[in-house]
Design a binder for this molecule. Structure first.
Ligand SMILES: C[S@@+](CC[C@H](N)C(=O)[O-])C[C@H]1O[C@@H](n2cnc3c(N)ncnc32)[C@H](O)[C@@H]1O
Length: 260
């Protein structure tokens, strides 16, 4: 398991350093590692409206995600949002604008170099109601029931223990809180060769699970109102088929899901 964490951290430290050196040049879509890099094929800042990023002075190339979870989340002023695996910070900064006034957006990431890029982007965007925290998404440094919405963009597939991440999301959400995530899912069993490759794990391929397994893990963590919609499909030669997906769920308000 620590091999996976090391491979993931090394990959995103390298990406962060390249973003810091040439912010517009290191779009995940333009990564030289080519066809074996799901980040290359699956993500891009093209999920975002150009205007909303331009308003913050941010380049879509800073996105390593596979969707726009801030739209899925339907954020409102005054809410508190947490982004699991915040990368260069785009989703945190967009969320911070949407929950203003009175709200706050947190990002958590394990990679120091990414946190540095995110904080530089925060300064550039002049967003005050956002905080980037160092930490693992399996053990988030925030108290129980402290956020209204958990978002994430192409990160949970990277975790060795997805159930631990989903239990952590459930712990941090307030009753009635929403889970609104963009992620990659497997459309079929990937080849065993592919599943063993750490570069494919760090590239958002080998760690993917099926939508059914994702839904089961969410339910086991305590979530209800689970919905998963796959969008862009990718067929990777010698690996298998994966897709980007939007995943929603909710923590019950008291004993029911009826009143939130
Ligand atoms: C594919 S990038 C996505 C970044 C960002 N969400 C986006 O949409 O651009 C994955 C990010 O998750 C972080 N990450 C991966 N595994 C993590 C973990 N277990 N705990 C915290 N952060 C993690 C990486 O450091 C990296 O910044």
């Amino acid at each position: 398991m620590s091999d996976i964490v090391d491979a993931v951290r090394a990959r995103y430290a390298d990406k962060a350093l390249r973003m810091a050196a040439a912010p517009a040049a290191d779009a995940c879509c333009g990564d030289a590692s080519g066809a074996t890099d799901a980040g290359s094929a699956a993500c891009c800042g093209d999920a975002y409206g150009a205007d909303e990023l331009a308003a913050l002075g941010l380049d879509p190339a800073a996105s390593l995600g596979c969707g726009d979870p801030t739209l899925l989340a339907d954020l409102h002023p005054g809410e508190t949002v947490l982004d699991l695996g915040s990368g260069a910070g785009l989703d945190v900064l967009l969320s911070a604008r949407r929950v203003s006034p009175g709200g706050h957006a947190y990002g958590v990431d394990i990679t120091d170099e990414m946190l540095a890029v995110a904080r530089a982007n925060q300064e550039k965007a002049k967003v005050e109601n956002a905080t980037f925290l160092k930490g693992a998404i399996e053990a988030v440094p925030l108290p129980d029931a402290s956020v209204d919405v958990v978002i994430s963009n192409c990160v949970i597939n990277l975790a060795a223990d997805k159930s631990a991440v989903l239990r952590e999301a459930f712990r941090i959400l307030r009753p009635g809180g929403r889970f609104a995530v963009a992620d990659m899912v497997a459309l079929e069993e990937l080849t065993s060769d592919a599943k063993r490759r750490l570069d494919l794990w760090a590239g958002c391929i080998a760690g993917t699970i099926s939508a059914e397994a994702y839904a089961e893990a969410l339910a086991a963590a305590g979530f209800g109102e689970i919905g998963i919609e796959t969008t862009r499909e990718l067929a990777l030669a010698g690996v298998g088929r994966i897709a980007s997906a939007y995943i929603r769920a909710r923590k019950a308000q008291g004993d029911s899901y009826a009143d939130g």
